[in-house]
Design a protein around this ligand. Sequence first.
Ligand SMILES: CSC[C@H]1O[C@H](OP(=O)(O)O)[C@H](O)[C@@H]1O
Length: 359
Amino acid sequence: MSNELQPNVSVREALQSLRWENDALSLLDQRLLPEQTVYLRLTTPQDVWEAIRELKVRGAPAIGIAAAYGVVLGVADFDGNLSAWLAETEKHAAYLATSRPTAVNLFWALDRMKARARDLASADISSSAATAALLDEALLIQAEDEETNRRIGEHALTLFEDGMGVLTHCNAGGLATAKYGTALAPFYLALEQGISLKVFADETRPVLQGARLTAFELQQAGVDVTLICDNMAGHVMSKGWIQAVIVGTDRVAANGDVANKIGTYSVAVLAKAHGIPFYVACPLSTIDLSTPTGADIPIEERHGDEVAAGFGKRTAPHGVAIYNPAFDITPNEYVTAIVTEKGIVRAPYAENLGKLFDR
Ligand SMILES: CSC[C@H]1O[C@H](OP(=O)(O)O)[C@H](O)[C@@H]1O
């Protein structure tokens, strides 16, 4: 299927990262973008685990939503007593939790599904009714994410002025979430409101989420986007083309340290050196108060072939040692503000992040 979208259908509407359809998870294989739009039909937890591990679906919220549906798929045909049903749901949740280690939304979503399953297991209902109710919880997680992202976009847009140049890294758009995205949400709202922003998207080696996904999403939506290599970020800042940076995140620690795609820390240091505000956009489900600092966030290391043979073209000698961390940590002192659905949070983060959960 080509990528010729129907006219007047924005990418947000046309390219959903995933949706529950005909008793299965229909999932956009993001490894094939921007050249091909292919939806896969996933019917087992193993399908979902592989899709997360292999980045067919990626982005913290999207990973959590996919895993939630994966638990449902695990008990879709279960017929037995509720205590056995509950044990099955917990087994599948534990398995899906091993797919990737950094994005806290995976664990947040699975914990929410396990809590719902425990409630259902104490009800006087059949296992098939319990499964139907568990599916409703997964659907609710996805629906809530859409609304959350829109609110993040509204708050984030207050940070930008007409005519600004804004740099972003990786993809924290509709393809990383249920819809709209987190860091990219303000760009879509700006377009709707006639506010002109010029976005600079880092290509984001080695998996190129910026080039393949962000540039694609924004171009299809009609947002003014310029693709740059990661090593050009400092240069465009030095030319005065960037007035703000906004990125997504996979986990915010209790002290405000931020885990995000590898290369984010470098962008944050460059932004500070140039006096440019560095914003992080995320839902509350990405803030992990149980993780004290960035040093406590597990950083996923991925196969070296992503670096040396990305997309089938070998660009490094066989056998060379390769280090391929998928994320890095930006210390909180480089973070100007964290934009959530409940508003904009500034330092001191150890104090102010906790308040988000009090209200
Ligand atoms: C809105 S979360 C997006 C977040 O996830 C990306 O990582 P990956 O593509 O490996 O799942 C990246 O860190 C983005 O900022």
